[in-house]
Design a protein around this ligand. Sequence first.
Ligand code: HEM
Length: 204
Amino acid sequence: MSNGGVNFDVPAGRLDGIISSSTEATASLPNPTSDIATLIANFGAKGFTAEELVILTGAHAIGKGHCSSFTDRLTAPSSEINANYRDNVLNKTCAAGASTTVANNIRDIDAATLGNLTSYVIPAVGGDYLDNSFYTNNKNNLVLFHSDWALVNNSATLKSVDEYAKNGTLWNIDFAQALVKLSKLAMPAGSVCQIRKKTCRAIN
Ligand code: HEM
């Protein structure tokens, strides 16, 4: 997924739950409309620093979002989002309905839809993959969620955004570390859990 850039050993022995609940996941994850104070508090409550918040959100260099996840961005002021991106990419695509999806990374949007925004695309050598392009996209106000943009609207987190925009190798290393830390988050008290024996994504 990262073309070999992000590379780490996955620690074995993690306790995994035996049921998967989207309601529970939504309840503990921050909302994409969150402001920076809420994001820092939410990650802080799980033992992550503001810098790690910036590092992990770089995962939005891949994947996609449903229009229903960023309706606030369709009318956000041009100080918070590139107006051409808002009007000619997001609003046009989302006119098809709330369940339509848009790629998180402008790189993964087709050139016809992007129009002259293609000049902002940071090509991934060898195809679409996880890299540090999220940070430059963010500085250009070309990111999907308000929670993404919030990272450039705070001097401390902006410093990290600048650092990772410049240094993709550092981001690869720091992202791998932060992701391993994320994978070690303790299960909520009282959870029924197990160490997977054969297939990681299926209960024993
Ligand atoms: C900072 C807090 C975060 C917020 C508010 C947030 C919010 C979201 C939302 C709303 C979506 C789109 C869901 C949809 O409409 O289908 C999304 C997609 C995604 N997020 Fe995040 N996210 C956050 C942090 C993270 C982190 C820490 C990671 C991984 C380390 C991550 C990885 C992804 C990926 C890979 C996708 C694309 C999923 C797909 O293509 O189906 N996000 N995120």
